[in-house]
Design a protein around this ligand. Structure first.
Ligand code: ZN
Length: 369
């Protein structure tokens, strides 16, 4: 029995809801994973994450292997114990972060400079697996090669094929029985490469599949096509995770096309810049019109921030650079995103995802509560 399995609950067109079964409990899908880059979701703690109804968090292999080191985290009982989170955790392999550092890539792996002390670090696919086995998340990811878009077709294809070879090596190196390993589909915005990558990665026999290299500046239309091409070649009974996607339209689009899992720094990053995500569109809480506004960010939001604090108060905290402003907005934006995905899940189960998405569009276009 694999460490992580996924079972389908309902479908509507390509969209589906289901349950991910992991060693640390169940996750209802579609699911959004708040990003805890350094084993912490910025400005909030694990108690906050539980209150928000978070069922799974993501942590970052690249950062944790450099600081404080995966060996140390392993000695301290693994990531769950280290960060005091006993629900599921997924770690990304670090591919995306490493490739934003312009590394040297050869068949053996990636060579790059640490952002912490400038030292040269080498990471092979086998190392990425070993590091994640030490960290001990429920789900580990293979080391993939991300290509920034736009890129020449030959490069996209060559790196897609390298990702496949590395995926095989990762699978060979992985022997932690209570941990799942997901493969990653690449192929840029080329439908044929996406389909081929998905088909060949599936054939290797992973427990689930990341769809990487999207949400990197391509158009929504190109992303939809690439996603549909990949999903069509992935097995029905395994989870599909669109990496790095988390804006409202992108999430709804991907859910409609059969994706199950997501992560993105956007909700938390925007919060730290004073921006609130809402059903009626996004706005900056620091706007002067909120100076004496006694209403919450969203009256229908059930988060701590909206149940207790007015926009006038939050605006004041932002202007005074009070640290609690970042935490309170992060709590709200995570609640918004978790609720958005949960709302889509419930709509699939009620067989009304299409009309649900249309209603959300109307509310966003109206622009005001
Ligand atoms: Zn709220």
């Amino acid at each position: 029995m694999p460490a992580v399995t996924w079972s389908s609950k309902s479908t509507e067109g390509q969209a589906r809801s289901g349950v991910l079964h992991t060693p640390h409990g169940e996750v209802r899908t579609p699911a959004f994973m708040p990003v805890g880059t350094r084993a912490a979701v910025k400005t909030v703690d694990t108690d906050d994450l539980e209150s928000l109804g978070t069922e799974i968090v993501l942590a970052n292999t690249y950062h944790l292997m450099l600081r404080p080191g995966s060996e140390l985290i392993g000695e301290l009982g693994g990531l769950h114990e280290f960060m005091s989170w006993d629900k599921p955790i997924l770690t990304d392999s670090g591919g995306f972060q490493i490739f934003s550092l312009d590394p040297e890539i050869d068949e053996s792996g990636a060579t790059f400079k640490s952002i912490y002390d400038g030292q040269t670090v080498q990471l092979s696919p086998e190392d990425a697996v070993m590091v994640q086995q030490q960290l001990g998340p429920d789900i580990a990811m293979v080391l993939d090669v991300c290509v920034g878009l736009p890129a020449p077709e030959e490069k996209v294809e060559a790196e897609m094929r390298r990702t496949l070879r590395w995926a095989e090596r990762c699978l060979e190196a992985h022997d932690k029985k209570d941990q799942a390993l997901f493969g990653i589909v690449q192929g840029g915005i080329n439908d044929q490469l996406r389909a081929e990558s998905a088909r060949l990665t599936s054939a290797l026999g992973f427990d689930g599949f990341g769809i990487g290299g999207l949400s990197v500046g391509e158009s929504a239309e190109d992303r939809r096509r690439a996603l549909a091409a990949a999903v069509a070649e992935l097995p029905e009974d395994k989870p599909r995770y669109v990496m790095g996607l988390g804006d409202t339209d992108g999430l709804l689009d991907a859910i409609e096309r059969g994706a199950d899992m997501f992560d993105c720094v956007l909700p938390t990053r925007l919060a730290r810049h004073g921006k609130a995500l809402t059903r009626f569109g996004d706005f900056n809480v620091n706007r002067s019109e909120f100076e004496n506004d006694e209403t919450p960010i969203d009256e229908e939001c059930g988060c701590l921030t909206c149940s207790r604090y007015s926009k006038a108060y939050l605006r004041h905290l932002i202007r005074m650079r009070e640290l609690s402003a970042q935490r309170l907005l992060t709590i709200h934006n995570l609640q918004y995103t978790l609720d958005l995905v949960a709302g889509a899940r419930e709509a699939i189960e009620a067989g009304r995802l299409k009309s649900h998405i249309d209603e959300l569009k109307v509310a966003r276009e109206s622009g005001s509560p």
